[in-house]
Design a protein around this ligand. Sequence first.
Ligand SMILES: Cc1cc2nc3c(=O)[nH]c(=O)nc-3n(C[C@H](O)[C@H](O)[C@H](O)COP(=O)(O)O)c2cc1C
Length: 244
Amino acid sequence: MRYLTILLLTICILLPASAWSGNLSLEHKAIATIELPGPILDSEFSIEKVLRERRSVRKYTDDPVTLEEVSQLLWAAYGITYTKEGLPDFIRGGFKTAPSAGARYPLEIYLVAGNVKGLLPGVYWYVPEGHVIHRLADGDVRIDLQAACLSQKFAGEAPISIVWSAVYERCTEKYGERGRDRYVCMDLGHSAQNVYLQCGSLGLGTCAIGAFTDDSLKKLIGMTGEEVPLYVMPVGRIPREKKK
Ligand SMILES: Cc1cc2nc3c(=O)[nH]c(=O)nc-3n(C[C@H](O)[C@H](O)[C@H](O)COP(=O)(O)O)c2cc1C
């Protein structure tokens, strides 16, 4: 036992940080890969109007959302907006819609699809590079998502939810404690606010959820050991009586 401990300690000391926190891509097994339609890059909706009208919405109609809307929301959350040859690996494909401290991009983004026109129900992992989603699990898991979110009903009723996690090491290997205590969640806020605003411009409703059981959410999504679950945003169509 003593020798095993010494051996493990030696391995930990000798390994460069990047070898055990080299989290550029996660070890997910994809059942299928879906190329998302390209995002719309302009609209008539003014940013001022979206900001003025933004509100958290916790009630949705039973209507599905479309694959185009899913694409737009994921792009708003973390889509690539600038790339060129020779960027460092940690940038993972390019600069994104949301700013990130040191361009470390610690966030991972998932889609829980329950009722999307043109997409099978399941859990999907969004990969900004190529703007694709990988299906990780089949089936409608919204009721389990609701349970993981401390039984908040709207998580089970929304046609989709976007879920965020972070691989803290991507940020802490450069910024240490400051990365852990500040930057990761600042990055998260930028990405999530993009989704709030994109929902506003698409006429969809959403509400951030920070209250959930970490282990249940992690297991449901199939997050890897290095990820910390951070946020859930159910998205759906707003009932007529809620619209002004
Ligand atoms: C970090 C964070 C966590 C939140 N968690 C929840 C939640 O678990 N459930 C919920 O119904 N709303 C949640 N909210 C939404 C807030 O309740 C909401 O933003 C607040 O009441 C202000 O309303 P508004 O977004 O309509 O302006 C959360 C918001 C933030 C920023």
